[in-house]
Design a protein around this ligand. Structure first.
Ligand code: SF4
Length: 391
């Protein structure tokens, strides 16, 4: 039987971080209960359709993302995990990840999640520097992050990831190094690290601050060279400490790659549930190359079951583009064999003219197995991905 992943979107946060443009709402706790009820209905419905339909699939990974899943009461999250287990055909060793904000959990919260079957945690730590955490509007402190990591280990989680950010207002290379050192001090607890450079997104408080010229003095943003130095430091230091870079932004100890996130890049279907969650695969409307669909992300229509869902059927060309630039995000890159099996044509026949010049510019490596980004190419991934557009 084929497999798939599940993504559950929990769109609540205690407060909005200054850089965030995700679908998430702060100060809407009165919507949590009806939201969980609506999500339970969707899980039951989709579980039935997927398990009993023409193309039944086992679930190999489940990912609770947000927002802040741990903004919900632990019992609500545990109840959702149980319902997923009842409603879908689960792989015995399914990876079940919960994104967590260190400022929203305690020891008993994490123990309850573990007992419910969650086996992976992803903490949005971002930095171990309270000054920087405050600068970006996070609700937690470095001390809370340390406690959360300790409690997670004590609760029995042995697969724990943290996010770290660089390029933050007021951050120097030395500040970043200090955060990495703190992470390394808890290395026995950490199997995975994701790193993200700050980008100023439209509609965020940071965009307003930028327009108002407020990134000065103690809030100065690192310039391009400084941000580049931070990037270089992370890409060299984390592998040196044993965390192999398996995707542009992700590093893991051997065997501890995020199976769920890898499935996004390896063309595995996934079903998103909850307001604004995205899905990809042959679901519902089919299409030879599958479709992508998602709702609006608005809470009320989702809760009332009146959300508008937008479906995009993928053409062969669009499917080939996505196959390539998603696979290129990973260290393994595009597999010639998998491309041939899916499209009955050689990779070179479609993208040969694109690949050759990028190899000459030392952005890509091409060999018998496939095509992948060089280290330099990983830094300029978007430049490479653009070249793979056919439409
Ligand atoms: S906790 Fe995450 S989702 Fe919530 S506002 Fe901050 S960055 Fe956005």
């Amino acid at each position: 039987m084929n497999t798939c992943g599940l993504y559950l979107h929990i769109p609540f946060c205690r407060q909005k971080c200054f850089y965030c443009d995700f679908v998430s709402y702060a100060g809407r706790s009165e919507w949590m209960k009806p939201y969980v009820e609506a999500l339970r209905k969707e899980i039951t419905l989709r579980g039935g359709l997927l398990s009993d339909g023409e193309d039944p699939r086992t679930v190999s990974t489940v990912y609770f993302g947000g927002g802040t899943p741990t903004a919900l009461p632990a019992e609500a999250l545990a109840g959702l995990i149980s319902l997923i287990r009842e409603s879908f055909i689960m792989d015995e060793d399914a990876e079940i990840t919960v994104e967590a904000n260190p400022g929203t959990v305690n020891s008993s919260y994490l123990s309850l999640l573990r007992e419910a079957g969650a086996n992976r945690l992803s903490f949005g730590v971002q930095s171990f520097d309270d000054r920087l955490l405050k600068n970006i509007g996070r609700i937690h402190t470095a001390k809370q992050a340390h406690y959360a990591l300790d409690w997670a280990g004590e609760a029995g989680f042995d697969n724990i990831s943290i996010d770290l950010m660089y390029g933050l207002p007021g951050q120097s290379l030395d500040d970043l190094k200090a955060s990495v050192e703190e992470a390394m001090a808890v290395k026995p607890r950490l199997s995975h690290i994701s790193v993200y450079g700050l980008t100023i997104e439209d509609g965020t408080p940071f965009q307003q601050m930028q327009c108002a010229g407020r990134f000065t003095g103690e809030l100065s943003l690192p310039d391009e060279d400084e941000a580049g130095d931070m990037y270089d430091y992370l890409t060299e230091e984390l592998p040196r400490r044993g965390y192999a870079r398996y995707e542009i932004s992700n590093y893991a100890l051997p065997g501890r790659e995020s199976r769920h996130n890898l499935s996004y890049w390896q063309d595995v279907p996934y079903l998103g549930m909850g307001a604004g969650a995205h899905s990809y695969g042959p679901w519902d409307v089919g299409g030879e190359y599958g479709c992508r669909f998602s709702g609006t992300g608005k809470l009320e229509p989702y809760i009332l079951g009146q959300d508008e869902v937008r479906y995009d059927l993928l053409s062969r060309e669009e499917s080939m583009e996505e196959f390539c630039f998603l696979a290129l995000r990973t260290a393994a890159g595009i597999s010639r064999r998998r491309f041939r099996e899916k499209y009955s044509v050689e990779l070179e026949e479609i993208f040969g003219e694109v690949i050759e010049p990028l190899v000459k510019k030392e952005l890509l490596i091409s060999d018998a197995e496939g095509v992948r980004l060089t280290r330099h190419g990983m830094q300029y991934g978007n430049v490479v991905f653009r070249e793979f557009l056919l439409t």
